[in-house]
Design a protein around this ligand. Sequence first.
Ligand SMILES: *[C@@H]1O[C@H](CO)[C@@H](O)[C@H](O)[C@H]1NC(C)=O
Length: 112
Amino acid sequence: MRMRTTSLLLATGVIVAVICAAVVTPTPRWKSSDDDLKIEELAKWALAEMKQGLQLINVLRCEEQDQGGPGIIYRIMLDALNRTGGMGHFTTDVYEEAATKVRTLLYFGIAR
Ligand SMILES: *[C@@H]1O[C@H](CO)[C@@H](O)[C@H](O)[C@H]1NC(C)=O
């Protein structure tokens, strides 16, 4: 139920209460991630790691890349509110090692 959204909604910028929307055209070598709770947790972790007072509003899209190594890279596009109440789109890449669950913030930036 939560996995469904339409690209029309995303294209028009309508905020949808969808966690981890299925990606219609995944980036090459990435696959759509379907572990909603995990992705939400990773998104919140990344925001906390930035220490800018950003608050998670919504996860727009998420993908994961299993490189056959000891961990997985998650790429999450999200909406967050900043301290002054302005909303922005952000993209973050989080690496999580499978055995230890140790996370590394690889990238965090404003998405256009
Ligand atoms: C908060 O977000 C708004 C809208 O994106 C932006 O105009 C404003 O500069 C941001 N404020 C901070 C402190 O980043």
